[in-house]
Design a protein around this ligand. Structure first.
Ligand code: KIV
Ligand code: NA
Length: 275
């Protein structure tokens, strides 16, 4: 399993960091087998797995359940778990209670939270307590209501300047990496250059220190609204659909089960049965 020190070294060596989300044992197992450097149990699970319209309804209990499953599937991969909506804005004992459960109960190796200056103090306290923390700036989906939709962030110089300030605040607070979502590629490159910690982009151009995408988007598994920044590397939904349709039609026509799927008993036992 790679460590936070190794992620920093990868940045220094200009070796791109490949991060991918996963939400259960099979997805995490396949992500690990593909060689991802770290797995994110993202609160995007609310949309791609639980069927909500946003990440807002996701709870700490949801994150614990799915982190446990992902960790069982990928024991040798560093697993970051999202702190869900409004779980880190109360007092610190409340926040640290959630974080403790995610690390101790669920087995997460680190937590990720959204925001900059307003969460810097929380990040600092968590890091002081020994918790690796990843930041998340730019398009922060938990604030979709405030941002007014899923839009590119930091497009003008004052917005960009503010974002750079926030990135510095997270680094100073001790975050080991930052996700930067949906910003112009020039801003992605600038932030990555200015920070010593890895900047992992999603829709932030090719010059960040790594990339992250949502599992279901990458493999084309019933992801409904695919953003421009996604590249779909497979399209598995039609394969699943065809398999399931064939199953239903075989049941209806009694083509399934076949002899190979069937158990038998000995002839004399059968005679005994009929008396
Ligand atoms: O929840 C998530 O999947 C994320 C990534 C898109 C960075 O936060
Ligand atoms: Na998230």
């Amino acid at each position: 399993m790679k460590t936070t020190a190794q992620f920093k070294k990868m940045k220094k060596d200009r070796e791109p960091i490949a991060m991918l989300t996963a939400y259960d044992a099979p997805s995490a197992r396949l992500a690990e087998r593909a060689g991802v450097d770290l797995i994110l149990v993202g609160d995007s699970l609310g949309m791609v797995v639980l069927g909500y319209d946003s990440t807002i309804p996701v709870t700490v209990d949801d994150m614990i359940l799915h982190t446990k499953a992902a960790k069982r599937g990928a024991r040798d991969t560093f697993v970051v778990t999202d702190l869900p909506f409004f779980s880190y804005h109360g007092n610190f004992p409340e926040t640290s209670g959630h974080v403790r459960r995610l690390l101790q109960e669920a087995g997460a190796d680190a937590v990720k939270l959204e925001g900059g200056i307003e969460v810097a103090d929380t990040v600092k306290k968590l890091v002081q307590a020994g918790v690796p923390v990843m930041g998340h700036l730019g398009l922060t989906p938990q604030s979709v209501g405030v941002l007014g939709g899923y839009k590119v962030q930091g497009k003008d110089s004052s917005e960009a300047e503010h974002l750079i300030m926030e990135a510095h605040a997270l680094e100073e607070a001790g975050a080991f990496a930052v996700v930067l979502e949906c910003v112009p590629k020039q801003l992605g490159a600038f932030v990555a250059e200015r920070l010593d910690i890895p900047v992992i982009g999603i829709g932030a151009g090719a010059e960040t220190d790594g990339q992250v995408l949502v599992y279901h988007d990458v493999i084309g598994y019933e992801s409904e609204h695919v953003p421009k920044f996604v590249k779909q590397y497979a399209n598995i939904s039609p394969h699943i659909e065809a398999g399931l349709e064939n199953y239903v039609s075989d049941v209806k026509s009694r083509a399934f089960p076949e002899a190979a799927n069937t158990f038998t008993m000995k002839e004399e036992q059968l005679e005994g049965l009929y008396g």
